[in-house]
Write a new protein. Structure first.
Length: 242
């Protein structure tokens, strides 16, 4: 036999309304929410303005509140840029879209540090920057003494062969080595007897030498015409033809 005590089941939705109405009246909650949203919008607009128009600056971080694995020295960034032929420039030169998640991370870092971040830097391929005439961005905030704090990485990862494909453009020595190898292969493809009935070793190396001169001439012409340079020279340059 069940004993009914006349108790009513608890309605969680009603209890939630009661709890909220004790804190704030329903007539004021829309105004409060709207004010919060407007404050966040103004804050995000200020961050975007700093990213797109900001100048150099140093952020005085509270190091105890930072994630140590996100701190990088300029030499680490330089090595990455040279190996993958990337640029490391002020965020004001960046022409790509800044994802909302990046703004969220900046706001969270600013709230934790109780400061406004400035002097943003970005690592990305040249095509993502608005370069002056002379697929995987990383955003940093400068800490001083050539140290930078990684805030966010977005976009697609680089092609797995990009490092290999960009290897010839790291240094002049790399480029010459590749030209020599290509010239040697082209010389091997030239049929024996094209210039004489029986080709000697001396004649082969003469052909190889002329092929190399031809390849080097085309490369120099293309390089000067397009304003190209090696990765060691351009990784921090804001000029297209530097």
């Amino acid at each position: 036999m069940k004993l009914s005590l006349g108790l009513r089941r608890t309605n969680l939705e009603e209890r939630l309304y009661e709890s909220r109405n004790k804190r704030i009246s329903s007539t004021n909650i829309l105004a409060q929410v709207q004010e919060i949203f407007e404050q966040e919008t103004r804050r995000e607009e200020a961050i975007l303005e700093e990213i797109h128009d900001g100048n150099d600056g140093i952020n005085k971080f509270n190091l105890e509140l930072l994630e140590s694995h996100r701190i990088f020295h300029l030499s680490d960034i330089e090595k990455l840029c040279i190996e993958y032929r990337l640029r490391f420039l002020d965020s004001k030169f960046f022409k790509g879209e800044i994802p909302y998640e990046t703004l969220v991370r900046i706001k969270a870092l600013e709230s934790a540090q109780q400061m406004t971040l400035k002097g943003f830097k970005i690592v990305a391929p040249s095509k993502l920057f608005k370069l002056e005439n002379a697929d995987d961005p990383l955003m940093f905030a400068p800490m001083g003494n050539d140290y930078f704090y990684l805030i966010h990485k977005w976009g697609n990862d680089l092609h797995p062969l990009r490092k290999l494909l960009m290897w010839p453009f790291k240094h002049l020595e790399n480029f010459i080595g590749v030209l020599l190898a290509i010239s040697f292969l082209i010389a091997l493809l030239i049929p024996d007897g094209l210039f004489s009935p029986k080709q000697t070793t001396t004649q082969f190396f003469m052909i190889f030498f002329f092929v190399f001169k031809w390849m080097a001439g085309l490369s120099i012409f293309y390089g000067f015409k397009k304003g190209k340079n090696f990765s060691t020279a351009i990784w921090r340059s804001k000029y297209y033809n530097a």
